[in-house]
Design a protein around this ligand. Sequence first.
Ligand code: ZN
Length: 346
Amino acid sequence: MPMTAPLQPVFDGHNDLLLRLWMQEKGDPVVEFLHGEMSGHLDMARIRQGGFAGGLFAVFVPPAQHMKQSKATYREEDHDPLAITEAQIALLQQIADRSNGLAQICRTAGEIEHCIDRGVLAMVLHIEGAEALDEECSQLDGWIAAGLRSIGPLWNLQNRFGVGVTGGFPGSPDSGEGLTSVGINLLRLCNRKKLLIDLSHMNEKSFWQVAETSDAPLVATHSNVHAICPQPRNLTADQLEAIAQSDGFVGVNFGNAFLRADGKRDSDTPLTQMVRHLDALLEKLGEDRVGLGSDFDGISVPDELGDVAGLPKLTAAMAQAGYSSELIDKICRRNWLRVLKKTWGA
Ligand code: ZN
């Protein structure tokens, strides 16, 4: 790219930074994120270099089994989803508090826009997999007070709210049972509280339960097109049709395994493959309902992109494919703001 090309501000639908910071056992992960160099996809220096203006920051409770594999000292009996959730929420707050005004937790689309205009990182609190929430959802108001604006009740496993999407490649999103009755109650509560409901890890049945129950636009924050890459996590033609009908939104996932036709995690994946998914989504959903949902720090991304600093390469690939600067602007930011405004009402 020419040195003079202005950075395209990007608002992004999903990252797992908080999980990575929480998993770090040594040092001060917040200081390293803000002022140092980190090994994953995201740190403040590279965020600013890539034009990453903000996004949904996920809180995620890894299953005890995963924890035992990554931390030898982890004891299953100590597994406390509520404590893990609150620790990750606290990390987001610490980033804001210790950033010298360079990062802020946002609760409205107006706040996000204001942050982007001033070059302040706009962070939205999202929960992926509501393992820590009890049947009465009694923790929800406290989390909303801390900034929560979006929730995916299910991840890939079963919890009290239902069954998430499971199964290997290639496969359909149909993994049997969907949301439980408390899961349906949670959807209604999210509608009342104007929380975004994320469809990205819903299986076939739960997807359609959300489509029937929710009065909000249908949003998949970080999913791709099943017809191109038949991962169970990707969206079928019927699902995309329902999203379009609801005036919803899909954020493209940067994960190689969700992009490639062979479903492999191979990072030798050209950015044109991401453009293929964008093309298909634009065809199905139109120009106003497509954006980005990187999944940074949660998956392996194409080498050509590398990490968050590589975002200008993605916008260059869009321009190369003939996307107008207005369309690139919509995909990178404006469509996200539009659907958030519609969902949140502000
Ligand atoms: Zn996810």
